[in-house]
Design a protein around this ligand. Structure first.
Ligand SMILES: [Zn+2]
Length: 146
């Protein structure tokens, strides 16, 4: 293609911004304007972070813990000792009266070989960024110029 400024043939055009317009120019004319950097990588990576999932305790945690413990032939007290917790905590969990915290659930998972944690996709709305989905590089530049 040809340079949009000097019309010289160039095999490796450079995108620059000159007085608000984006042009494809040759290497030597590139100095006349500001180089337009390619779309920043972070934007797509960030988008994924917004959709990252969050850990939640499964609904049937009580029966899972109880049956896994009984399979091992442990009493509630033995299980409590195994994960360094109080016996009444195990009782409450098995009665379904108190879901374990993520930390506790992880200890139970290790001790009993069960899965108590499920990954739940987080709503994008929670981060209050939903209205920014139409964000373009052009918008980014406008923001920077202010
Ligand atoms: Zn040129």
């Amino acid at each position: 293609m040809n340079c949009e400024i000097c019309d010289k043939r160039t095999t490796n055009p450079v995108k620059i911004r000159l007085e608000g317009a984006v042009m494809n120019v040759c290497e030597s004319c590139a100095k006349l304007g500001e180089r337009v950097s390619p779309m920043p990588v972070f934007s797509s990576r960030r988008e994924k972070e917004f959709e990252m999932s969050k850990e939640e305790i499964v609904e049937d945690y009580s029966s899972l813990v109880k049956s896994a413990r009984e399979k091992k032939g442990w009493t509630q007290e033995q299980l409590a000792r195994e994960i360094l917790e109080k016996e009444f905590i195990i009782q409450r969990i098995e009665q379904g009266r108190m879901p374990p915290t993520i930390v506790l659930a992880k200890k139970l998972q290790r001790a009993l070989g069960i899965h108590l944690i499920t990954m739940v996709a987080q709503e994008k709305v929670e981060l209050g960024k939903s209205q920014d989905s139409g964000f373009t590089l052009g918008d980014l530049i406008k923001v920077k110029k202010k």
